[in-house]
Design a protein around this ligand. Structure first.
Ligand code: BG6
Length: 494
């Protein structure tokens, strides 16, 4: 596994702890090795020392085994070099040849502006799929240079971190560039939300049970709310975040993938492309807004204090909060609003999906004190930090008369399974090594989700907002409440 950006935050916080954990559970192939790259000159030993500190620090709920680390660290290597310099790729090729591994996984964890640079150089150096000399890659670069320094006969895959492009056009351009070196089946665009156990469980819940699917449509579902709230701010990532904003950082990718999982049709078989076809179809069914509709369908927010964060322009118009109303134009969902929101510096960290069902068709019991709340039936899929599912319904309160009270039936992962869930990165790394792309996003999925947010990005790009418009520790701008109120709805802030 070649990690570009090996000195970066993601490698330290997520990748190395995940790989170490896989080693701990003996889920790595025996011949596994890592080659890290960044610009900083460093010996193999210095790299190992850095990773040792990182893994010990960021290995969340798992034990650290010093003996295991010693054998694990022996397979960590480091090649310093500038991503723009062709020599780096010659050095990498030589290192890979020296290690003699057949299969190579490239992991792009650099600044996104380097993605096409690295891929281009890999192609030129003969380190992409074309370097294998197989005929399996119709779109591989025929002009790739000779030196197939890596052992022939294996595979070359590439994992690309988000953001994949910064808008629809750049995502398309990046796809074209990658396909010159790696065919689509070897391209793994990672969206770590799809690797979360609780997101994978949406599929099990919907399609493994017979009782929910009949209700999962416009006849019974009134609206859906998808929330990814964070209490933290931008945590030293001001420079990156200022270019991205909440809509690009969370909604275009993570939350639209979650939406696709919630709303897609069942696939005929549980196979990678069958499942991905359904996700892609759903994303393509999202109604594309006209520019003049954007103010009524999307709300941007920025917390007070963002402009003072390090690396942030004091006049920035970047959104640290975004909320949008999407409609899915198909028979199952026509007319059902999907409200999606994400923000930094909100009151707490919570990601969940709330399916609000329609009221009972006839109100038998009067409302008022002790009466049923409006729209009592609510299904909450809790993604994090609580992991589970709750179903809310009303029940008769003990005592005389017919007084109703909402109650809840809860499933909790911890209590039911009592074991640690693998991190999203563990799951996704094993999948790419096995060659299973079910939980990775395909070119058409990425492009469809950019298409869905593009009118909002364009409109917001042309506006001058009166930012900041929400205080840290609150649920975002008042306009987001007004967006739901126009349809008689209200955010579920719990
Ligand atoms: C990342 C975003 O993709 O996801 C971050 O860039 C965000 O801004 C993070 O904090 C949230 O991930 P999780 O798994 O903590 O919900």
């Amino acid at each position: 596994m070649v990690i570009f950006g090996a000195n970066g935050d993601l490698t330290k916080r997520k990748l190395l702890p995940a790989v170490y954990r896989l080693a701990y559970e003996r889920r790595l192939p025996g011949s596994f090795a890592i080659v890290g790259n960044s610009r900083t000159p460093m010996s193999d030993d210095a790299f190992r020392e850095k990773m040792y500190e990182a893994v010990k620090h960021f290995l969340e709920d798992s034990p650290f085994d010093e003996d295991l680390w010693t054998s694990f660290a022996a397979n960590l290597h480091y090649v310093a070099g500038d991503l723009n310099d062709p020599k780096l790729y010659q050095d990498l090729g030589a290192k890979l040849a020296e290690l003699g591994r057949r299969n190579v996984l490239y992991y792009l964890s650099t600044q996104p502006s380097y993605y096409s640079v690295v891929v281009g150089h890999l192609g030129t150096a003969g380190l992409g799929t074309a370097g294998l000399g197989t005929s399996g890659s119709g779109s591989a670069d025929s002009k790739a240079a000779e030196p197939a320094q890596v052992q022939p006969g294996g595979w070359r895959r590439i994992v690309i971190e988000k953001p994949f492009g910064h808008d629809l056009d750049s995502a398309r351009a990046l796809n074209n560039c990658i396909h010159r070196v790696f065919p689509e089946e070897e391209v793994y665009r990672i969206d770590h939300y799809l690797g979360k156990e609780t997101v994978q469980n949406i599929i099990a819940f919907r399609f493994g049970n017979g009782i929910f699917e009949p209700l999962w449509n416009r006849r019974y579902v009134n609206h859906v709310q998808i929330t990814a709230a964070e209490s933290i701010g931008v945590e030293g990532r001001g420079a990156y975040y200022q270019e991205a904003g909440a809509l690009r950082d969370m909604i275009q990718n993570h939350l639209l993938q979650v939406t696709a999982t919630i709303a897609m049709e069942p696939s005929a078989v549980f196979e990678p492309d069958a499942v991905r076809d359904e996700r892609a179809k759903l994303l393509r069914s999202i109604r594309i807004l006209h520019p003049e509709e954007v103010p009524a369908y999307a709300v941007a927010g920025q917390y007070r204090g963002f402009r003072e964060e390090p690396g942030v322009n004091p006049e920035t118009q970047t959104d640290t909060y975004a909320a949008a109303t999407f409609f899915i134009e198909n028979w199952r969902w026509a007319g059902v609003p999907f409200y999606i929101r994400s923000g930094k510096k909100l009151p707490k960290r919570v990601t969940d999906i709330a399916i609000h069902f329609n009221d009972a068709p006839h109100a038998l019991f009067s409302s008022g004190d002790g009466g049923p709340p409006a729209r009592p039936n609510l299904l909450i899929l809790r993604i994090q930090p609580e992991e589970g599912i709750s179903l809310r319904f009303v029940s008769k309160q003990p005592g005389s008369g017919m007084r109703l009270r909402p109650v809840s039936m809860d499933f909790n992962y911890g209590t039911s399974f009592g074991e640690r869930s693998p991190s999203a990165y563990e799951t996704l790394l094993v999948d790419v090594m096995k060659g299973d792309p079910t939980l990775y996003t395909r070119q058409d999925m990425v492009e469809a989700s950019w298409r869905a947010v593009q009118p909002i990005l364009d409109y917001w790009g042309s506006q001058k907002f009166d930012f900041p418009n929400y205080e840290p520790g609150t649920w975002g701008p008042a306009a987001a409440d007004a967006m739901l109120a126009r349809r008689g709805h209200q955010w579920r802030n719990s």
